[in-house]
Design a protein around this ligand. Structure first.
Ligand code: 15L
Length: 276
């Protein structure tokens, strides 16, 4: 696979934790890396373009996508939040991205979905990409919506997408659950590279995990990508096992989505008089 495969590659969410890493690691793939976020991104470095952009603004996203060959869509709200916030950045946002891709002839998208699209599976369940989604909140629901968007724009318009259900992409796993879900930045970058460069991927869904010892997910349906993770959470086992063991009924120990399954509701409920 060749590097500098793209003239202009768009990275959304470039100010976020993952985005800041990909700003460095995806640069070799394109002559110009166009970066966007609602948060400041600093001054452009050589070979970069900076576009501050609210994903909820359809016109602004249309301008953002114009002139790009491919899109790595990491932008949006990345945690559980009230529905109205998720609606703007994630649900409208992903529609605006695909609609702009269609209008400007972009043929390939990498879509950052999440473990939270399947967060209400138990940790004892084993999943592949064909199993039904089980979102664990509004955030997870927005990721399911985005996966549907990717499927529809492929079937209707031929735009190809690698949907990555990202587990936990941090420098290190933070707790026992992340021993299963951890994805190193090196492996994430490689998975994105495969998604951008592998011919004829249609709409492929891959679980974004490193070569961890005990995993919940089977990536056989994404085998055509040839993704071979290099890192493993095992390197952090000793330090993670020094943490106190959570209670057996802690969501962290039961659900694939961990604590996200127990967040909300966000609207304070007025006490209701019992009906006689
Ligand atoms: C996600 O989707 C979040 O964006 C990230 O912040 C982590 O919480 C991750 O899932 C996870 O559940 O580990």
């Amino acid at each position: 696979m060749t590097d500098q495969a793209f003239q202009r590659l768009l990275l959304t969410g470039a100010a976020g934790g993952i985005g800041r890493v990909l700003r460095e690691t995806l640069k070799p793939m394109a002559s110009v890396l166009r970066l966007s976020d609602v948060q400041p991104l600093g001054a452009p470095r050589p070979g970069e373009e900076i576009h501050l952009c609210d994903l909820a603004d359809r016109q602004a996203v249309d301008e953002l996508v114009r002139g790009c060959d491919a899109i790595v869509h990491m932008g949006g709200v990345s945690v559980e939040r009230p529905f109205e916030e998720i609606l703007e950045a994630n649900i409208k946002g992903v529609f605006h991205i695909y609609e702009a891709a269609r209008r400007h002839g972009v043929r390939r998208v990498i879509y950052a979905s999440s473990v939270h699209a399947v967060g209400f599976y138990r940790q004892s369940d084993r999943l592949d990409a064909a199993m039904p989604t089980r979102p664990d909140g509004y955030y997870g629901l927005s990721k399911v919506y985005g996966e549907g968007m990717a499927s529809f724009y492929h079937d209707r318009y031929g735009i190809e997408t690698l949907t990555i259900r990202i587990g936990s992409s941090f420098p290190e796993p933070k707790d026992r659950r992340m021993m299963h879900t951890w994805l190193s930045s090196r492996d994430l970058t490689e998975l994105i590279r495969r998604g951008l460069l592998t011919p004829a991927i249609g709409h492929t869904i891959a679980f974004g995990m490193s070569d961890n010892k005990n995993v919940w997910w089977d990536n056989a349906r994404a085998a055509h990508l040839g993704y071979r993770p290099q890192d493993s959470s095992e390197a952090f086992r000793d330090q993670i096992e020094q943490q106190p063991m959570p209670a057996a009924d802690d969501p962290l120990m039961i659900w694939q989505g961990g604590v996200f399954t127990a967040q909300g509701p966000f609207d304070p409920v007025e006490p209701v008089e019992p009906v006689e």
